[in-house]
Design a protein around this ligand. Sequence first.
Ligand code: FAD
Length: 489
Amino acid sequence: MQQPPNHHALPEADQPAWLLDLARLLGPVGLYVPGLNASEHDLQPHEQDWRGRYRGKALALARPASTEEVAAVVHACATHGVSIVPQGGNTGLVGGGIPDGSGQQMVLSLQRMNRVLAVDPANLSMSVQAGCTLAQVQEAAHAHGLLFPLSLAAEGTCTIGGNLATNAGGTQVLRYGTARELCLGLEVVTAKGEVWSGLSALRKNNTGYDLRDLFIGSEGTLGVITAASLKLFPRPASQSAALVACASLDACVALLQVTRRALDAQLTAFEVMARAPVALVERHLPDIAKVAKGLNAPEWTVLLEASLPQAHETDEALQTLLAQAISQGTALNATLSQSKAQHRAMWALREAIPMAEKAEGLMVKHDIGVPTSKVPAFVREAQAALAQAHPGHQLVCFGHLGDGNLHFNVGAPAGQDAKAFVQRHEAGINELVYDVVAKFEGTISAEHGIGQLKRDELAKRQSAVAMALMRSIKQALDPLNTMNPGRVL
Ligand code: FAD
């Protein structure tokens, strides 16, 4: 929404004076108030989530263009007891950026704050406003011959502020870490509407409690991230990807071990897809699935990527490694990318899975993490428990095996209504899956966060000590509970 929406002729007197003051301060595209300068329709894209699970109703949509304007919005809302739901690209998968149904919460979108502030190649760092899309940040680094390695399928839409607020993971964590590890400093508007300028580009800075790390992953519940200072890396000169067919998840883990030892930091991604998610892509996005045809629909497909500083080295290294894996029986067969187009096509297959799942219908979704060595046993055990409780269920299992993080999604048996299945069985399936996660000392949220979706589960499964510490942090930083209330805690 770049243009001012249609004006609807309700008298200004119907709006509270503070909201009218704020509207005047932020200008015609800075604050959309239904009935004042916007219709309810204009706010709708900000009131529902990507998956179509959550739908709320906002009091208004603030679209500040500067940190000072964010501070003004937060201050006005805090003064008038209005809670704020920060929003970036609205690609979150746990309902964290969607207002509740009261019509009393302010959605604060960072999308107009989308400037790259500075790139410092000698310090391998850059600073950006929070509303830059992830793709924009990657492109700005690329323009300087450098790499910002965070990468996920939603990168054209999600924002760096949202990535940091959720501590996003994605496909390159194995080599470069999560959003947290890629962040050097932050600028944050606190719950009171003050500005904390922590936009440092230092790699070492031991001066008291780490405020940056407190805000990263806090999902908009402690403050609004308005800018970030980020780490950059040399751009690899050569990259190769391969699709590898494996007979079992144990074989995938064995292949991971072999490739890690051989390539070390040059192994930049190691993703797995069971047969079901690849079949879903075949059904809903058949052109994208063509790249996997030669593998003959194995139980498991690995997508691995190697990146090297010198050109034309990766193909040979990978070819040798994969030939060995096939001769030793770890892999069944493999296709090595022969061109940049084929490399992209391999990634497109992996990244199309969420879209194919969306086309298939609702599922009970999990974003679990367990130590990589325990992933096969976890899947066996959870699958057996599910088969007993829900015979015929669909299991769509894929994810970042290199990080021990799987998307373990459960759908209705063929012929049953997907939505009704989720409504009826979600709580029971969650209980069952999370019990197995607990047995393997794993996590119920490896990368998507807690939001609304897993709030009660967090309270149930975290220790009392951890919950008490989190509540006291929330109380200290947001005593009025106006920052994204009801999310995380
Ligand atoms: P939003 O959805 O707008 O918000 C997410 C949360 O952050 C909310 O709680 C919101 O209040 C808060 N927030 C947003 N901006 C700010 C800010 N500036 N200050 C404070 N709080 C803020 N996630 C992964 O980790 N790895 C993946 O591989 C991955 N793949 C995905 C693939 C698809 C197709 C989709 C749709 C999503 C995927 N996601 C993935 C989830 C999502 O993209 C990430 O959570 C992303 O980091 C959210 O960014 P956003 O800008 O869209 O945030």
